[in-house]
Structure formats: structure tokens, C-alpha cells
Ligand binder design. Sequence first.
Ligand code: URA
Length: 454
Amino acid sequence: MYTDFKLYTVNCTLTKGVFIMRMYEIIEKKRDGFELSFEEIEFFIKGYCGGTIPDYQASALLMAIFLRGMNERETSDLTMIMAASGDMIDLSAISGIKVDKHSTGGVGDKTTLIVGPIVSACGIPVAKMSGRGLGHTGGTIDKLESIPGFRTAISIDEFISNIKKIGIAIAGQTGNLAPADKKIYALRDVTATVNNISLIASSIMSKKLASGADRIVLDVKTGSGAFMKTVEDSTALAQAMVRIGHQTGRKTLAVITDMDIPLGNAIGNSLEVIEAVETLKGKGPVDLEEVCIELASRMLQLGEQGTYEECKTKAGQTLKDGSALGKLEQMIDQQGGNIKVINDNTLFGQAAHSFDFTAVRSGYISHINTDSLGIASMVLGAGRETKESVIDYTAGIILNRKTGMRVERGDVIARLYTNRPERVSEALDILEQAFLIGNDEPAKRPLILGIVEN
Ligand code: URA
């Protein structure tokens, strides 16, 4: 917030009684630390999306915002303008409270594949529009597409009809959902302007508002594998997003969760789907199950299914009685996928090569640079190095050991799967740098680090 704010009108030039805005002057105003009006933000978004403002001026303004920040009012204006830049999906044809979930992104984050079926099995309709992998983080849509036949590009009509029929659909964002965010995100990605709380909050919340859910649960990831590296920054991001939700009449709750260590043991598309299925069978890694039960319980709570404790019991029950697994199976079937994958992993296909990453010394794993594991997995073929890259669904990493565990020299810490044997030494070098092995057992860090609600 700029305490020295004074009426600042140089961005408007009076010509024959009409105020004309100039991008140059908007950039200058933010560069000097002043607050932008709704009209100025709208002028920028409309001009950039309409092609009248060039990349270099948009980049300059984004950098000024990155360095000077935006206050609450500017952040919520930017969110609303980006949300309204394309389709605003109307879910009113689906009865009941629609609760959406969004993760700020991490490594091995397959929670949507588990949380969606749990919540749907408890009777809350799940209408989830998801994205693809971004940088070192994976994306739900890429993971689902590793299931043979699964269609993520479904029309809004099919999306709504599936939810009415079976209570769940997960689809790729339509091309016209918050297109302004899409264009601006691509520019931020290449101009070092991603990691800014106002820009991340408005980017995520514009898509959530356009997706049409009544209530929103946000999973704000924190640590070496997340965009936000500290709990303080994650809390500030969570507060900004919860505030926007509140201002727009959508009850929003954020769970701050740990992403200093990859979630579960699998990183890579089909490997993560297999792990999600195991978790729905009640046989998944405990950290993954704990985070999924927390997120599902919070969604059920916002969906007015009882107290937090009651919702937690309900969510856990769906793993025990198989109803959540049944929902995943129904969704796979409804969206054209082969349901036999649930009981036969070989149907995903297998990478032609596997390599072991072993411990160079004995001790405790004291830290993992988790974003490096995302990058190593991308090098093996599981992610996109350029926008044009084609994903290898079978590539990735299975971790045998994570932070806090004891290893002896030569123990296998991770197994790498790839069809690019020529890139393995590069991936192994990245892993070598990513794992720190020390003499002392590190302190345990909780998985759920905080709750922010309005
Ligand atoms: N995810 C988004 O959708 N936008 C951001 O800016 C960062 C993460």
C-alpha cells in the first residue's frame, strides 16, 4: 500500500475534453510506486489481449508491478478483469454446492486424482477444470491423458452433463477460460515475473472465478518444490486469494501444505496415476493420503457436509469402502478411458530403460531440492522443456527414500524411468545435487502448515 499516494493524473492526457490513456504513462506511474485505477488496469489487459499493446510494454509494466507490488484493490481489479476476459462458466444447471480445488503447484502433486473422487463419493459435485504442467511442476491434465483413451478436451455441455450423471468431471481448461491470464502468464514465464504474490493470486483466482464454482479450497504449497519457498510468503499468497474469494462472494479456504519434500513417491504422469489408484485402494503413501484427506475434508466442510471432524471421517470412509475408487473408475469410463488400468498397471505401457540413483555415502537424507526432482523428471521426458515438447507419459522417478530417512552407501534412493537413455547422466547429475545426506536425523516437518479462511 502506498501511503504517499496522491492524486495522480498524468496517465490521462486531456485532448478536446476526452481523457486518452497512454501505456507509457501507466508504466511510468507504476514504476514510480503509484496505485493504478481500475480503468488503467483494464486498458492494459484489453490492449494487450487485443494486440494494441506490444509485448515490450506489457513486460515493462509487469516488471514494475513485480518490483512495486499492487495493493488489495488493484489485485482484485486485475483478477476480475482477467476473469471476465473470456467465458464465465455457468454451473447453475448442476444442483448442490459446487466446491472447486486448486493447487499452486508442486512435484508429485497428484491430489486432484484422489481428492476429486473422494469428495464426489461423499455427494458433492466435482466440476474441475485443470491445467497442464508448468515449469518444474506437473499438471493433472497431462496425468489423466496418460490413461489410454481418456479425453480431457470435452465441451462445456459434456462436462456439465457428466457431472449431472455421475457427480464428477475433470477437464482441460477451455481455450477461452481467462484468456488474458493465459497470455500474461506466458509473458511472465519468460520475463522473470512469475513469483509475485499479486500476480500469482490474480492469475489463479481469475481462472477459479471463471470456472463457476460456488466455493473454493486452495492448496498453497510451500517449500523447495513450490513457487512460494517460505510459510510466510505462502500465508501472504493464501490471504490475498482468500480475500479475493471473499470480495467476489465465493467462500474460500486455503490450506498451506508442505512441498519441501515431493508428495508421495511417484513423479511423472502414469507413475503418478498408478500411485493415485493405490491411494484410493487405501495402499498409498501416508503423506499423500494425509494431504488428500485434509483437502477433501475441507471441501466437504465448505460443501456443508458437517463439522471438520465429521467430514474427515466421511472422507476416510470412502477409501475403506472403495466408493472413491469406484468414482474414479466411473469418471475414467465416462471420459473414454480404459478402466482396466485400475487393476492392470501394464496397460499404461512402460519406459524402455530404468536406472538407479544410489547413495554416495551413509547417513540421513537431510534435505531435498524438490524443484530439481521436477526438472530431472522433465529431462527424462515427463515434462515439457519447450512449449512444443511432447510428453512421455511413462517417464519419471520413483523415490525409495525421502527426507528424514536413513540410507547406507549404495542404497537405491530413486529409480529413473525413461525412453531417453542419452539424457540419464544429466538427470543423475541433477539428483546428485538435489539430495543432501548428513549425519543427523533432521527434525520432522508437519505436512499441514496452516489454514487461512474468511
Ligand atoms: N499457477 C497459476 O495458475 N498462476 C501463477 O501465476 C502461478 C501458478
